[in-house]
Design a protein around this ligand. Structure first.
Ligand SMILES: [Zn+2]
Ligand SMILES: [Zn+2]
Length: 240
């Protein structure tokens, strides 16, 4: 089976922490220059820029998966991936309803810019997007599944905003098939963590907030063909 170079965790200028240069065409072009085959756009709790990146990538040999990085009620970040822009936007619309009514303060947190594929600014999102939703980690997989998507915990090796930071380990339930580990060497250098290599598929993505941080051709997934359904089968099976 062919191997595809992936980076399934990339923020745009919609995320307040995302650099202003993380525009839809810049991301598509940089991912293409780096030789990636498949990327996912995963802004915090919103999918408002996914369609623009997908449009910007048209004509490039690059598959763009629309996604969202959800912050659960427990403050666990979870990468959620969807089959198409409609399902991601519908899911995003539902998730946004669960945001606390805290306004973004761009002078502290950064702008949250909604943009089209030509870098025309459509507006800014008013509520602070990375805040925790009132959706628990237990209920998230089913919710994401109801929009045709699947999900797995993000950067489980981070000291904050991760499933291990919250629970001290990856709990048995909800059952995830994949886990995202940011720094493989350091995480698996700890003997306690080696057990996760057996029970899970380990995904490594950049969590890029700047163009230069988008992955090189360094992480690969084996797929029969380059499609969402094949990716879903590889990273999620049918358990969610
Ligand atoms: Zn995160
Ligand atoms: Zn992230």
């Amino acid at each position: 089976m062919p191997l595809y170079a992936y980076d399934l965790h990339i923020h745009t200028c919609l995320s307040p922490c995302g650099d202003a240069l993380m525009t839809p065409p810049n991301i598509a072009n940089m991912a293409n220059i780096k030789g990636l085959d498949i990327i996912a756009i995963t802004d915090h709790n919103s999918a408002r820029n996914v369609r623009a990146v997908m449009s910007a990538a048209k004509g490039l040999p690059l598959k763009v998966i629309p996604g969202i990085e959800v912050t659960t009620a427990e403050e666990i970040h979870v990468v959620c991936l969807f089959p198409d822009a409609d399902s991601a936007e519908n899911a995003g619309g539902e998730l946004e309803k669960h945001l606390p009514s805290v306004q973004n303060r761009p002078e502290y947190f950064g702008e949250q810019v909604v943009m089209d594929e030509n870098e025309e600014i459509a507006g800014t999102f008013p509520l602070l997007l990375p805040n925790a939703l009132d959706i628990s980690i237990d209920s998230l997989p089913k919710l994401v599944g109801s929009f045709g998507g699947f999900c797995y915990p993000a950067h489980i090796d981070r000291a904050s905003d991760s499933i291990i930071a919250v629970f001290g380990e990856v709990p048995e339930t909800p059952k995830f098939v994949s886990l995202e580990v940011h720094d493989l060497e350091s995480f698996f250098g700890n003997a306690d963590n080696v057990r996760y290599k057996d029970g899970y598929i380990i995904v490594t993505s950049s969590d890029a907030h700047r163009l230069q941080d988008i992955s090189e051709r360094e992480n690969f997934v084996e797929l029969p063909e380059l499609s969402f359904n094949c990716l879903r089968r590889a990273l999620c099976s049918d358990t969610q």
